[in-house]
Design a protein around this ligand. Structure first.
Ligand code: 5GP
Length: 214
């Protein structure tokens, strides 16, 4: 037993970010990961083709449908969903390892995946929905990104309206007007959630030692 407050054992948390595509979630995730060494990105498996610049095992595990089905059957995915024409899912093992060793995990998943995590891991879950500041800005960001064809951009705009209808299912909502202030807001959420009493599983030993004068 130790009365050193720095060594209080904590269970890691699952920080979920969802948004319509183009709301700035990917940039926000990247900045959070750069600023905070206590959180790592959950790398999803997907059947969607790789986009230019994406790396296998870094952005996603790019796999075919047969392998994806195998993972579902063996219950190796914590959650999975069909988004557009492809399948996406969260590998279970890395999440369990991280959380039990007190490290946090960041998830860039859609509302369908978030709903499954609410059912399976409510206590570990902190969910944040990112909204764009306006429809015009959302469209501008999708067009500027230009990684997808015009047809796909149009489909994503239509899909964005659907996605945004799920905002009320999240614990927190950030309107991403300006990336620096959104990052400050996101880090504040993470900071506060880390201090939740139920995550600090070493507290009772710590307080016991304090009370015993050790
Ligand atoms: P993209 O193809 O643009 O990378 O992602 C499309 C959508 O799929 C995004 O809304 C993203 O959050 C979601 N997504 C990515 N990985 C997962 C996952 O593992 N599970 C679920 N449910 N959604 C995911």
């Amino acid at each position: 037993m130790s009365s050193d407050g720095a060594s209080i054992v904590r269970r890691g948390l699952m920080l979920v970010l969802s948004s319509p595509s183009g709301a700035g979630k990917t940039t926000l995730s990247r900045l959070l990961l750069e600023h905070d060494s206590g959180i790592e990105l959950s790398i999803s498996a997907t059947t969607r083709p790789k986009r230019p610049g994406e790396r296998d095992g870094v952005d996603y595990h790019f796999i075919d449908s047969a392998r994806f089905r195998g993972m579902v059957e063996r219950e190796e995915l914590l959650e999975w969903a069909q988004v557009f024409d492809n399948y996406y899912g969260t590998p279970r093992a890395p999440v369990e390892t991280s959380l039990s060793s007190g490290r946090d995990m960041l998830f860039d998943i859609d509302w369908q995946g978030t709903q499954q995590l609410v059912e399976r891991a409510r206590e570990d879950l902190v969910s944040v929905f990112i909204l764009p500041p306006s429809t015009q800005e959302l469209e501008r960001r999708l067009v500027t990104r230009a990684q997808d064809s015009a047809e796909i951009v149009a489909r994503r705009m239509a899909k964005a309206a659907d996605e945004m209808s799920h905002w009320a299912e999240y614990d927190y909502v950030i309107v991403n007007r300006e990336i620096t202030s959104s990052l400050v807001e996101l880090r504040a959420i993470l900071q506060a959630e880390r201090l939740k009493r139920h995550r600090q599983i070493g507290l009772s030993d710590f307080v016991k030692a304090l009370r015993a004068g050790r």
